[in-house]
Design a binder for this molecule. Structure first.
Ligand code: NAD
Ligand code: TYD
Length: 353
């Protein structure tokens, strides 16, 4: 059997960095290639701890550029793909949908084509092409219930429409070309290294700086939250044990209305910062709702739990505490993002390698 040369895309982003770290450390016999364009959301400082590992290679590349991707497949002989690279923020998809079509749809099809014809394994009915996706493809649960793997797709935002499209292409390549694919659709992640445009890190940072906390609409929308390291563990399980052609929903049965979640963060921050109770909550500011704001997401994760034996390792209270502690201990990481300095790290570390 060929040694595994695993291509992980988007490994400088939030979830991708946790997946790259897990695979580099847990599987010394695999070689992990991290391909990332380093958009505003890509930050090599997320993975400085593994950047010199002998089983790890970082390559700055754009999955939208088919020639570049084909050359990299030919050169490095990727045996498997774990595809996370994406434009990932719903608000940005509302102002600039075309970037989402390019990276999430065209980029995914470029990877599928390269895998189908240039991978030494995937071209021969071996290996795994794993697409990491979101529960947002199922739409909004307005009348109760949970998302199952069989729930019909009903994406509502440009972001979820682009992810639904890429999921469909991945399944179409399995059906048409017998490419060995597997997919997972996960609920909202939180944890260390998340870009501070998303709710949890944005609010932690704003509370620390005494800035307003912009709550969209009435704050009644419901999200189902999972600690990012538990998502990375689930990805490990799906990659190694998932049935080819199948989809696994990932979530921790952990629903919160936005306003309740925000109050939990405010209370915890009051304690950590030695403020009087209620001080951070006073920063809450209700603002105009997001256009087409999905009311509720909730994952039924029974399939992955029963079939692959995956379970979340952290209770929410513990996860949110760990997350707040991480942001408070890593203010330099946050300052580099707000100043834009993190984007120079590639030149300093990699450009001449
Ligand atoms: P992120 O925005 O933090 O990171 C995305 C990464 O992809 C960045 O490093 C970026 O530089 C890279 N990238 C973007 N465009 C690229 C391109 N054209 N070529 C190469 N690299 C490119 O995103 P995230 O939150 O870590 O999400 C990762 C994946 O997981 C996405 O596919 C997303 O849809 C999915 N997902 C996210 C969540 C969540 O809560 N964040 C939940 C479920 C699924
Ligand atoms: P977000 O972190 O952007 O994730 P997603 O849109 O993929 O669920 O938002 C989580 C929830 O928080 C969502 O219902 C929108 C809401 N939200 C706010 O109320 N204010 C904010 O500033 C942001 C970024 C999000």
């Amino acid at each position: 059997m060929l040694k595994k040369n695993i291509l992980i895309t988007g490994g400088a982003g939030f979830i991708g960095s946790h997946v790259v770290r897990l695979f580099v450390n847990k599987y010394p016999d695999y070689h992990i290639f991290n391909i990332d364009k380093l958009t505003y959301a890509g930050n090599l400082k997320n993975i400085t701890d593994i950047e010199n590992a002998t089983n790890y290679t970082f390559i700055k590349a754009d999955i939208v550029d088919a020639n570049q991707i084909n050359e990299l497949f030919a050169k490095h002989q990727f045996t498997d793909v774990i595809h996370l690279a994406a434009e990932s923020h719903v608000d940005r998809s509302i102002t600039n949908p075309i970037d989402f079509v390019m990276t999430n749809v065209v980029g995914t099809v470029n990877l599928l084509n390269a895998a189908k014809s240039l991978s030494p394994t995937l071209s021969k009915g071996e290996g795994v092409f794993y697409h990491v996706s979101t529960d947002e493809v199922y739409g909004s649960l307005n009348d109760g219930g949970f998302f199952l793997e069989t729930t019909p797709y009903d994406p509502q935002s440009p972001y979820s429409a682009s992810k639904a499209s890429s999921d469909h292409f991945v399944r179409a390549y399995h059906n048409t070309y017998k490419l060995r694919v597997v997919l997972s659709n996960c609920s909202n992640n939180y944890g260390p290294n998340q870009f501070p445009e998303k709710l949890v890190p944005l609010f932690i940072n704003n509370i620390g700086n005494n800035k307003p906390l912009p709550v969209y609409g009435k704050g009644e929308n419901v999200r189902d939250w999972l600690y990012v390291v538990d998502h990375a563990r689930a990805i490990d399980d799906v990659f190694h044990k998932g049935k080819i052609g199948e989809t696994y929903n990932i979530g921790g049965f952990n629903e919160w209305t936005n306003i309740d979640l925000i109050k939990v963060i405010c209370k915890a921050m009051d304690k950590k910062l030695g403020r009087t109770e209620g001080e951070s909550e006073r920063l809450i500011t209700y603002v105009t709702d997001r256009a087409g704001h999905d009311l509720r997401y909730a994952i039924d994760a029974n399939k992955i739990m029963k079939e692959l034996g995956w379970q979340p390792s952290l209770q929410f209270e513990e996860g949110i505490e760990k997350t707040i502690d991480w942001y408070l201990a890593n203010q330099e990481w946050m300052n580099e993002i707000t100043s834009g300095n993190y984007q120079n790290y590639y030149e300093a570390m990699y450009a001449n390698r």
